[in-house]
Ligand binder design. Structure first.
Ligand SMILES: [Zn+2]
Length: 220
């Protein structure tokens, strides 16, 4: 069983996408992205990616599919494949148990729609015993400035998301909110969090706009 997170280094993409961009939807050169994905496949074996849409659809993938899957969470019981969640500020959440693993995309909307709770329930339904979570690189509560209106709307649903930027402007702390959600579900958390906006090693959409995506990978 293994989980890992990529960063910007080790690929062939150039410019804003330098260098290990793994996303095909960000106007990078397709051949470069496919080359980068090949580098990861050589290291980890077959990888299932998904088209993430900030929804709460969970796809159970027992075999690699040719066509991309539109979902914000992938679950598998197949030890032969790795699941990938692509991010550049949203939280890559990896969930593992002995026989079931999941890769989950948790942004602001994913927090509000409780996708992590839904995935945990589905994993248990599929026979998962003890589940542990790994939280990867994402935007921190000091960097995620939002409008007062959006702040108030999210904080009404998730009080622990309440935050301020260093300048005292309304912000959201999606990582703290997710941690508390996982805690409440009795999940043990392994933290590999680092703020993507503040880390030159990571892609950050908030910081750069035009940029690539790193991934969280999990395999049984
Ligand atoms: Zn930060």
């Amino acid at each position: 069983m293994s989980s890992s997170f990529t960063n910007r280094t080790g690929g062939v993409s150039t410019g804003a996408f330098a260098s290990l961009n793994l996303a095909l939807h960000v106007e990078d050169v397709e051949a470069d992205v496919l080359h980068n994905r090949g580098i990861l496949t050589a290291l980890h074996g077959p990888i299932q990616y998904m088209n993430q849409v900030h929804g709460d659809h969970i796809e159970i993938v027992e075999n690699l599919t040719e066509n991309p899957v539109t979902a914000d969470a992938l679950i598998t019981t197949n030890p032969e494949i790795s699941l990938a969640v692509m991010v550049a500020d949203c939280i890559p959440l990896l969930l593992k148990s002995d026989h079931v693993v999941a890769a989950v995309h948790v942004g602001r909307r994913g927090l509000v729609n409780q996708i992590s709770v839904k995935v945990l329930a589905k994993m248990k339904e599929m026979g998962a015993g003890k589940i542990t979570a790994t939280i990867g690189p994402a935007i921190c509560g000091r960097c995620y400035e939002v409008s007062q209106e959006l702040h108030d709307e999210v904080v009404a649903a998730l009080p622990l998301a309440k935050s301020l930027t260093r300048e005292g402007k309304p912000a959201l702390d999606i990582v703290t909110a997710l941690r508390s959600t996982l805690d409440a579900s009795g999940v043990q958390i392994k933290d590999e969090f680092v703020c993507t906006v503040e880390s030159a090693e990571h892609f950050s959409y908030r910081r750069d706009g035009k940029t690539g995506r790193q991934v969280g990978l999990i395999q049984i």
